[in-house]
Design a protein around this ligand. Sequence first.
Ligand code: UD1
Length: 418
Amino acid sequence: MERLLIRGGRPLEGEIRISGAKNAALPVMAATLLADGPMTVGNIPHLHDITTTMELLGRMGVELTVHERMQVEVDASTIKSFRAPYELVKTMRASILVLGPLLARFGRAEVSLPGGCAIGSRPVNLHVEGLRAMGAEITIEDGYIKGRAERLHGARLRMEVSTVTGTENLMMAAALARGTTVIENAAREPEVVDLARCLNGMGGRVEGAGTSTLVIEGVDRLHGIEYSVLPDRIETGTYLTAVAMCGGRVKVKDTQPALLEVVIDKLREAGAVVETGADWIELTMTGRPRAVSITTAPYPGFPTDMQAQFCALDAIGIGAGDVVEKVFENRFMHCLEMQRMGADIHIDGQTAHIRGVDRLTAAPVMATDLRASASLVLAGLVADGETRVDRIYHIDRGYECIEEKLAQLGADIRRLPE
Ligand code: UD1
């Protein structure tokens, strides 16, 4: 298995470009199933999760052509299978995003249940309940969600918890349903807004994206368009946090500062000087950061996908910070690995009490999920000695060329082949 070797202690300087958002690209690629003509999706990041989605669509018989600079042309008219098999879904839970589009457009779908997950139980009950309320007949058999529908109809859906992919799945289904669907307590994440923009470009009628109530007027058909997904706010936040930990000055380009307000506020609280422009953010840091307290929440709160990176920051911060995880259960596995690098972290239920230490020391560590792996890379960048991060396939699911981007900023990091 490939691994990353990192020698800590170097400041970061320079400029990097932010990739398209994984969590926006995945639903938009699923939305191509709704179009009755070819569709081109641009600013797609080069990531394992994207390759998995392409494989999933390809196995269904959908035609995919990859153009220059990761523009992917998708033509769903050749579809002949409506199944998302376990071996793909188990590597990427977001495969569930094909369920709504398949039922809405083709009236049938078989999607494997995602199964256990390293960051808590993560059920998909709200996806299923919402589709049932829209008229789909759904059974759970042999580990698969099996659905049939004539034509879905509009419904009033009240989401018990705010779910990102749940909202996206139901929004896509509602776009082609007969009548009006109202989704209450809808997720407000920027990636949900991006999907709504894409659907509206395809001829859909989605209103209220970015608020907690979505009103979707179903249409008879959606057409293919060229669509470019928004930049990755989590990738952006991860590199900014790296600079706040290592010191130095870095400009991240091709991003959207407005999507990172709470993260930028916390980085300022940690002592960083942050300047923003229309599509860039520059962070300057001298000395050690101050530890900060955060509580994760659905957007516009502090993103759970930035929690692990802030644990790494607090681990070497001046003072102490409490990190409270409110979105997922069991999302502190990275803290156990950081403890092995000398971090002073005490976990009590959903809270990690972190007292900063002067220096971390290198250790072989293992990543358990995508953002956990990123946090271990950040810890490695400030640790004494050589840190080895194993199981980096998690990182490749969500960070495009992480070692190249960090090396470009002066970090001593390299990938070791198997
Ligand atoms: C998405 C993101 C992920 C991010 C998460 C929270 C994608 C591809 N992934 O994941 O990176 O960490 O949002 O911002 O966009 N829940 C239920 N029932 C359901 C669905 C969810 O109880 O049917 C609960 C979950 O257990 C969790 C909470 O809702 O506690 C939020 O999860 P959700 O927003 O659904 O996460 P994902 O969409 O899987």
